[in-house]
Design a protein around this ligand. Sequence first.
Ligand SMILES: [Zn+2]
Length: 191
Amino acid sequence: MEISAIKSQLSISTILHYYGLKPDKNAKMCCPFHEDKTPSMQIYYKTQTAYCFSSNCKTHGKSMDVIDFIMHRENLSKHEAIKKAEEILNPATRKNNRLSDTDFLTNMFTYFRNAINNSKPAKEYLEKRSLDFTRIEVGYNSGQFHHGERKTEELLKQALEVGLLQDKGLINNRTKRKATALLQNGASALP
Ligand SMILES: [Zn+2]
């Protein structure tokens, strides 16, 4: 799919919704790409772009379109982000390009690693143990990674297969799906 075709079909609203992000009535929100206490990110629905006004942000100074947003959000290359955008537009294509176990685990770890930035308890815990998360390979998850926006059949299935989730025969009331996090709350992926 051409980038222009993707951009014309995939709105910034769809992307925000996909990642569980919700701008306020002034189209502002806390930036998901840096530790943001006041809403620094402005969404521009006219141009279908987002811009972070914080100079502490890795995205600062650059207007982001939907592809850029996916790139930053998932730590992907542009090429991978385009593929991802196609999947979001057409979930049926996903079945044909199932990730290898290594890629899946790499993606999950990247997600966990990025999560440290957004978790005060994780950062405090690491500090207490004198671990510098900017220098070591460490990640964090509250044990909810398979819930909410990220929860797809694909993710659950593969997470069970690689052993990231364990089927304990419990059925989540809301989703009626079987899957329980093997990870513990708190310092899940810590060594
Ligand atoms: Zn930012």
